[in-house]
Design a protein around this ligand. Structure first.
Ligand SMILES: NC(=O)c1ccc[n+]([C@@H]2O[C@H](COP(=O)([O-])OP(=O)(O)OC[C@H]3O[C@@H](n4cnc5c(N)ncnc54)[C@H](OP(=O)(O)O)[C@@H]3O)[C@@H](O)[C@H]2O)c1
Length: 273
C-alpha cells in the first residue's frame, strides 16, 4: 500500500477480521478495530500494538444488534477519523435460537445485515469524500452459504419458519445483494463495493454454526479482504463477488436487480433511514 489508508474492520477482535486487521496494519494502513465489547477491543488493540510496534491503530466498540449503538458508534468514528477509505463489514454470527433484537429484528439478520447496512449508510458520505486518489471501498464478508439462502422479503425475521441455517444463509445472501446494490448506486471513481466468501476458516463462528469442522487459518480467510482493501484501481468491476479470491457468479437471487432494490427499500425501513 503506497498511501496510509484508513480501514475500519467490523468484528476484528477475533477470527478473520482480526487476521485482516493485522495484515493491513503490517502493510501500513491505519486500522480501526471494532468489536462488540470494549474489553475485547482493548485486548485486541494491546496485542496488535505489541506485535506491530509503530502501527497506527484505533478501537471502537458497539453492538451491531442495536441500531442506537450503531448510530452512536458511527458518530464516534466520524468524530475521530477525518478520512475513511475502507469499510470491511466482517462481523457476523450464526445463532442457535431465534431471538429478536431491541429493534424487533431477528438477531442474525440484525447483526449480519441490518446493522452493517445502517453503518454503511452512515459512513458512505465520509468514504466518498475521502476518495481523492483512489476510490474508497466497502467490502462485505459474505459466505458460500448465500447460495442456499432465500430472501423472505415479507418475513425477513423468519417468524413463519426459523432455522439457524436459513437465517444465516438469508443474511449472507443479503450481504452479496447489498454490495451489488451499493455498486449500482455509487460512482465507481468514488466508491467500490465487493462481497466475498473467505473459505472455510477455523473460527468461533465455524464451530458454532457447523460443529467440529476443520478449517483453514484466519490468515488464509483474510487474503481477499486484504487484497481488495489495499488495491489501487478497480481491477474487477464494482459489485463483484469473490469466492476464495476468484471472481465468481453469485447465486441467481443476488443477480435479480428488482429483488436487490426491494431488499434496499426494506433495509432502509428496518434501519429507520
Ligand atoms: N469461518 C468461516 O468458515 C466463514 C465462512 C464463510 C463466511 N464467514 C464470514 O466471515 C465473517 C467473520 O467470521 P469469523 O468466522 O471470523 O467469526 P468469529 O471468529 O466468530 O468473529 C466474528 C467477529 O464478529 C464480532 N461480532 C459478533 N457479533 C457481533 C455484534 N453483535 N456486534 C459487533 N460485533 C460482533 C465478534 O465479536 P465477539 O468476539 O465479541 O463475539 C468477532 O469479532 C462473518 O461474517 C462470517 O459470516 C466465515
Amino acid at each position: 500500500m503506497t498511501d496510509r489508508r484508513v480501514v475500519l474492520i467490523t468484528g476484528s477482535t477475533d477470527g478473520i477480521g482480526r487476521a485482516a486487521a493485522r495484515a493491513l496494519a503490517a502493510a501500513g494502513a491505519k486500522v480501526i478495530l471494532h468489536g462488540r465489547t470494549k474489553p475485547k477491543v482493548d485486548a485486541a488493540l494491546a496485542k496488535l500494538a505489541e506485535e506491530l510496534p509503530g502501527a497506527e491503530l484505533e478501537g471502537v466498540s458497539f453492538d451491531l444488534a442495536s441500531q442506537t449503538a450503531v448510530r452512536k458508534g458511527a458518530e464516534q468514528i466520524l468524530a475521530r477519523v477525518p478520512e475513511l477509505h475502507v469499510l470491511v463489514n466482517n462481523a457476523g454470527i450464526f445463532a442457535d435460537e431465534r431471538t429478536l433484537t431491541e429493534d424487533g429484528i431477528e438477531l442474525t439478520f440484525a447483526v449480519n445485515h441490518v446493522g452493517p447496512f445502517l453503518l454503511t449508510q452512515l459512513l458512505v458520505p465520509r468514504l466518498e469524500a475521502s476518495a481523492t486518489r483512489v476510490p474508497s471501498r466497502v467490502i462485505n464478508v459474505s459466505s458460500i452459504a448465500h447460495t442456499r439462502g432465500r430472501l423472505h422479503l415479507e418475513d425477513l425475521s423468519l417468524a413463519a419458519g426459523w432455522t439457524g441455517y436459513a437465517a444465516y444463509a438469508q443474511s449472507k445472501l443479503a450481504n452479496v445483494m447489498h454490495a451489488a446494490e451499493l455498486a449500482a448506486r455509487h460512482d465507481p471513481s468514488k466508491l467500490l463495493a465487493y462481497s466475498l466468501h473467505p473459505g472455510v476458516i477455523g473460527t468461533k463462528l465455524l464451530r458454532q454454526g457447523f460443529g467440529p469442522v476443520q478449517g483453514s487459518s484466519p490468515e488464509v480467510g483474510a487474503r481477499t479482504i486484504v487484497r481488495l482493501a489495499g488495491g489501487e484501481t478497480a481491477d474487477e468491476p464494482s459489485g463483484s463477488y469473490f469466492s476464495e479470491g476468484t471472481v465468481t457468479q453469485p447465486a441467481v437471487a443476488a443477480r435479480d436487480a428488482a429483488a436487490r432494490a426491494a431488499l434496499w427499500d426494506a433495509s432502509l425501513r428496518l434501519a429507520k433511514l
